[in-house]
Write a protein that binds this ligand. Structure first.
Ligand SMILES: *Cc1c(COP(=O)(O)O)cnc(C)c1O
Length: 261
């Protein structure tokens, strides 16, 4: 079987670029409308385009369309894709946000290419990222992921993700000061704020309001930690209303992801 002929490939490339152009402009319109509704300045809301499962040429297209920040959630995929992206030599490289649950043994790799890690949820991971950042001679920005599920076992002070629901992760709100304190002690990490994912089937607006309240508390102790990363394709309006500074949007721009591989 032969691949597509050259004109076909070119037509496909143009069709994909058009798709991304439309997706991006629809999402930018939604962000502008959501900001307008609550009197916020859209310039203070950063759009992170979540490119997980999508190939490097899509990243090149997005960069040409003015995207500055991309999000990835799996180390192996992200590292390989960013190598490809560098080989394609775009004029500018994006800021890279690591947004997925992160195993401690992947921290060294992630510290080499990520600019911001959104999914810090335990002290062991903080220390692993610090070692990785030192080895790479880089400074990493760090967000602490907060578990926004409503029913949590208050009083369970276990360590790590085992306690939290499957797939979502995050520290319990009462663990936040302790983990933030550990990040602050790491010379190669900069505590920038909080990240949250609305509970499955839950009310995103309530969850994001709680995240915003935790952010205000955190900033009392750590004034530089003013980032709130919240909101995805389905709930970005609620996140903007609650004061999110960073939105993580994938499928509304890139289309539905291929089945999990
Ligand atoms: C995949 C993912 C997103 C983007 O989700 P969409 O619904 O495709 O916009 C945002 N945040 C995290 C943590 C993700 O894993």
């Amino acid at each position: 079987m032969s691949g597509p002929t050259l004109p076909d490939a070119q037509a496909q490339d143009e069709a994909r670029t058009l798709e991304l152009t439309r997706g991006l402009s629809a999402v930018r319109d939604r962000i502008a409308a959501a900001c307008d509704a609550v009197g916020r300045d859209p310039a203070l809301v950063t759009l992170i385009v979540v490119t997980k499962f999508f190939p490097a040429p899509d990243l090149v297209r997005l960069l040409r369309l003015g995207v500055t920040d991309i999000g990835e959630n799996r180390d192996q995929e992200a590292a390989a894709k960013l190598d490809q992206l560098r080989a394609l030599a775009p004029q500018t490289l994006p800021r890279v946000h690591f947004i997925g649950q992160l195993q401690t043994n992947k921290a060294t790799s992630v510290a080499r290419y990520a600019d911001v890690v959104h999914s810090v949820d335990r002290q062991r991971l903080v220390r692993a990222l610090e070692r990785g950042a030192q080895a790479a001679q880089r400074t990493l920005e760090v967000l602490i992921q907060v578990n926004l599920d409503e029913q949590q076992d208050v009083g369970d002070s276990g360590n790590g993700a085992a306690r939290t629901g499957p797939g979502r992760g995050g520290v319990a709100p009462w663990e936040l000061p302790e983990v933030a304190g550990v990040v602050e002690q790491c010379p190669s990490l900069r505590l920038r704020g909080l990240m949250g994912v609305a509970p499955l089937g839950g009310q995103a607006d309530r969850a994001f309001e709680r995240l915003a309240a935790l952010s205000r508390q955190l900033q009392g102790e750590h004034p530089g930690a003013d980032v709130i990363s919240a909101g995805m394709s389905g709930d970005l309006e609620a996140a903007v209303a609650a004061g999110a500074t960073h939105l993580r949007v994938g499928s509304a721009i890139l289309g539905s992801r291929p089945p999990h591989g």
